[in-house]
Structures are given as structure tokens and as C-alpha cells.
Design a protein around this ligand. Structure first.
Ligand code: NAP
Length: 442
């Protein structure tokens, strides 16, 4: 038998994910060598503090604070430090030196993807980042490779476990947002500073990556309309539940044709993150706790769903090592070939051009003719109503009756819906607009 070639692997970062990657690289060395066609030798681990206590017992002599030197001598570089710098500079340096790079850094890929890809293409090496979106779930490679012969029309993703846990808690226990967040923090699903998760920034970075791969066009973070879950109330969840819906924070990327939009000219892609009502029978409605899932609609494949753990050291390490073996195989075979295409160049649409259904909650005076006036106003703005339900309330003290009206519309543009809501607010029979939420999957 011919002796296998040895490839040097530099690991940058030894935290939640990095420590597990190092452990598996050492423990499963023989299996990984057989899969890759080369020995994957962990040549060093760059960290800030070489003496810090680690989750895994690893040989002390592997640790260094000199990431620059480690990267220069590697065939494969795994970046699991997170953040923009020094990760960006180290990745660029690795690519320029001809090393393949694997990273889980969604923030960096979403912000600087084009520069990193340009450098990888110039050097003829692989840049892969399966772990950056939905942790353990194989989703980027299926989009990039398995669906390369199809046309994706829409991607709906639950790509942030923290917000899914919070919304699921609110749905199952009736808790308010603040209490569900506190529970998520207590269980370690949410960080002490949960801003990046609850404001939707983490999901927005993943939405930009999903949209770029799905539509063969580079979408940047600024192309993503982003709304988090901080304003979702227990009352919103209860009303949605009552109407047969569940509220999820979705990352959405969908192709829209001009006929659907008010922007005129060509087709474009709407990329957005926002709380969304889904019918309880939709496959994504069954994604509970901190799990992730991505639902894809493609012209020929139809509907596909990918489900699994979106975070955690060991699950995420699985995605990192999959990328590593694939990159090693490419080095063994003598070149990565073309891994991503960006020939689509479809326009990123503003949020006003998004087309979806809406749920609108209204507190109205209980008077004859109110429903007809509201329905007429919707019709005048070109927004057609699918469901309208009324519940009567009587105030115990004043004995005055008011009605709660819940409306679900057919698909309409964001601009038409916004104009309708403004007009509805102007009606003298409206006490308040209690909620306006987008609906998918109806
Ligand atoms: P982490 O636990 O915070 O670990 C970061 C590691 O990087 C630490 O070992 C730290 O060294 C090292 N590091 C940070 N800055 C450094 C610097 N300037 N120089 C040298 N070393 C430095 O992070 P993580 O949770 O493993 O996440 C790593 C990456 O994977 C991030 O991009 C994250 O977004 C992504 N990711 C994570 C998950 C997950 O479940 N955690 C899931 C998907 C993707 P010290 O130990 O010495 O401080």
C-alpha cells in the first residue's frame, strides 16, 4: 500500500467548536485519513491564552499565540476564532499562501465574502464555511452542489436557535418575551448580551449567505431587511395560536418577478429576517426548542427540508470536519475546481417590494357596518382579505363593547399593505391596530 501524504492543519481558536474539532482530529485521525486520502496532522492551535483551561485535554505543545507563523506553514487552515479581525487578515494570508480555508465565521463571510472568495479563486484553493449557517445541518453544500442543476425559488430558514427557543417557550407556556429570554439565558441558549440573536443580526448574516448561494449573486448584509423578535408579545403569540398559526423568526430569500413588485423592471431577490406567522401544519412550525431548519423550494426538486442542531461544539465540529475532508480531497486530487458561481447577478429588492401575506389585529368599535368599511378600504388598496374573524369584548366597568378583528390577507406587496394600514388607522371606528405581522406558507 502506498504511504498517504501528510497535510498540515492549522487550527485558529480552541473554544466551544475549536476544542471539539481538535479532539476529533486527534481521536479519529485514521478514519479521517482514509476519507480524505491524506493524513490530517494538527500542526498547531492558535489561541489568546495558551494556559487557559480547555473543555478537552489536548497536548500543550500544540498551543501558540503566534497565529501568523502557524498559518504560513499550513496546507489547511481552520478559522474558529470568530469576529472580523484578526480572523480576516489570517484567512487572507492563508489563502495567499495556497492553503484551503474552512471557517464557521458567518459575520465575516456575510461582511467580506467577495474579498475572501476573490482571494481563494486567485490562489485556486477552497474556501468553505458549512458551519457558518445552521451549525451541524448540511445546507450550504446541498444548495451549492446538489441543487446546482435546479433553480431555487425560495428559502425559508429557522437559522437562530436562541430566538427559536424563546418563541417556542412563549408559544408553549404563554410567557412574555422577557421571561422566555431569561429562561434561555438560564439554560445557556442565550448569551448575557443577547442583542445579536434577538435583534436578528445573526440570522441576517446567515440570510445573506443563503441568498448568495441560492441565487448565484453576492448579497451583502446591507441587502438584508432585518427585524428581531423583541417586540413580539405574548398577546401576538396567543392571537396567532388562536388563528392556527405559530410565530417564527425566519430568514427568507425569495425570487420575485416584476409582475409581483412595484419596482418595475426585471426580477429580483427579497432577502429579509422578521417574525413570521406560519400555519401550524407547515413543516417549519414543528421545529421546536433551539433546533434549526431550512425549507427550500426549487423549480424541479419541489420542496426540501433540512433539520438539525444549529449550534453546539460537537455538532458544529461535524460541519467543520466535513469541509476539511472535502478540502483535503481537493488538494490530494490537485485542485478545487469551481466551487461557487456568482453569474446570476439578480437585484436585491428593497423591503417595500417584498410580497407576502399579512396578519393584522384591530381593536374596533362594535358598530353596524364596520366590517364592510374595513373590507372596502382593503379592496381600494388592492389588498385582498383571505380570513376575517371578529370577537366581541365587553368592558366590565364601562359596559362598552368593542370588537377584536383579526385579518389574514392574500399575498400583497409591503408597500400596498403599509398604505392600507395607514388608511385603516384613519377610520373613526378603529381604536387601535394591535399587530401587523407577515405570514408565510398559506
Ligand atoms: P469561542 O468559544 O469564543 O472560542 C474562540 C476561540 O478563539 C478561543 O479559543 C480564543 O482563544 C480564540 N481567539 C479569539 N480571538 C483570538 C485572537 N485574537 N487570537 C488568537 N485566538 C483568538 O467561539 P466558538 O463558539 O467556538 O465559535 C467559533 C466560530 O464558530 C465563530 O465564528 C462562531 O460564529 C462560529 N460558530 C459557532 C457555533 C457554536 O455553536 N458555538 C456554531 C456555528 C458557528 P482563548 O481560548 O485563548 O480565549
Amino acid at each position: 500500500m502506498t504511504e498517504l501524504r501528510t497535510l498540515k492543519v492549522a487550527l485558529l481558536g480552541c473554544g466551544n467548536v475549536g476544542a471539539q474539532v481538535a479532539r476529533i482530529l486527534i481521536e479519529d485521525a485514521d478514519t479521517l485519513a482514509a476519507r480524505a486520502g491524506a493524513k490530517l496532522q494538527l500542526s498547531g492551535i492558535a489561541v489568546r491564552n495558551v494556559h487557559a483551561k480547555r473543555d478537552v485535554d489536548l497536548p500543550q505543545d500544540l498551543f501558540t499565540t503566534d497565529a501568523d507563523t502557524l498559518v504560513k506553514d499550513a496546507d489547511l487552515v481552520i478559522e474558529l476564532m470568530g469576529g472580523i479581525e484578526p480572523a480576516r487578515t489570517l484567512i487572507l494570508s492563508a489563502l495567499r499562501n495556497g492553503a484551503c480555508v474552512v471557517t464557521g465565521n458567518k459575520a465575516l463571510v456575510a461582511q467580506d465574502g467577495p474579498t475572501l472568495h476573490e482571494e481563494a479563486d486567485k490562489a485556486g484553493v477552497q474556501l468553505s464555511y458549512e458551519a457558518a449557517v445552521a451549525g451541524a445541518i448540511p445546507i450550504l453544500r446541498p444548495i451549492r452542489d446538489s441543487l446546482a442543476g435546479d433553480r431555487i425559488t425560495r428559502v425559508l430558514g429557522i437559522v437562530n436557535g436562541t430566538t427559536n427557543f424563546i418563541l417556542d417557550q412563549m408559544d408553549t407556556t404563554g410567557a412574555q418575551f422577557a421571561d422566555a429570554l431569561a429562561e434561555a439565558q438560564r439554560l445557556g441558549y442565550a448569551e448575557a448580551d443577547p442583542t445579536a440573536d434577538v435583534e436578528g443580526h445573526d440570522a441576517a448574516a446567515k440570510a445573506a449567505i443563503l441568498a448568495s448561494l441560492s441565487f448565484h449573486t453576492r448579497f451583502a448584509l446591507e441587502n438584508v431587511h432585518c427585524e428581531g423578535i423583541t417586540s413580539v408579545t405574548a398577546a401576538d403569540i396567543a392571537a396567532a395560536k388562536d388563528a392556527g398559526f405559530v410565530i417564527k423568526l425566519l430568514a427568507i430569500a425569495e425570487k420575485l418577478h416584476v409582475a409581483d413588485t412595484e419596482t418595475g423592471g426585471g426580477e429580483g431577490v427579497s432577502v429579509r429576517v422578521h417574525p413570521t406567522l406560519l400555519p401550524r401544519e407547515h413543516p417549519l412550525a414543528a421545529v421546536h426548542g433551539a433546533f434549526n431548519a431550512v425549507f427550500i423550494e426549487a423549480e424541479n426538486a419541489g420542496e426540501l427540508m433540512f433539520y438539525g442542531q444549529g449550534a453546539g461544539g460537537t455538532p458544529t465540529a461535524s460541519a467543520v470536519l466535513g469541509d476539511l475532508v472535502s478540502a483535503a480531497r481537493s488538494l490530494v486530487l490537485g485542485g478545487p475546481g469551481r466551487t461557487e458561481t456568482t453569474t446570476g447577478q439578480v437585484a436585491a429588492l428593497p423591503i417595500d417590494a417584498a410580497v407576502t401575506s399579512y396578519y393584522i389585529g384591530l381593536d374596533v368599535a362594535d358598530q353596524p357596518g364596520v366590517l364592510a368599511r374595513i373590507a372596502q378600504l382593503f379592496a381600494e388598496h388592492g389588498v385582498s382579505i383571505e380570513i376575517m374573524r371578529q370577537t366581541i369584548h365587553r368592558d366590565a366597568e364601562s359596559n362598552v363593547e368593542s370588537a377584536e378583528l383579526r385579518i389574514v390577507t392574500h399575498r400583497a406587496s409591503e408597500a400596498a399593505l403599509a398604505a392600507t394600514v395607514e388608511a385603516v388607522k384613519g377610520l373613526d371606528v378603529i381604536n387601535s391596530v394591535t399587530s401587523v405581522l407577515r405570514v408565510e406558507g398559506v
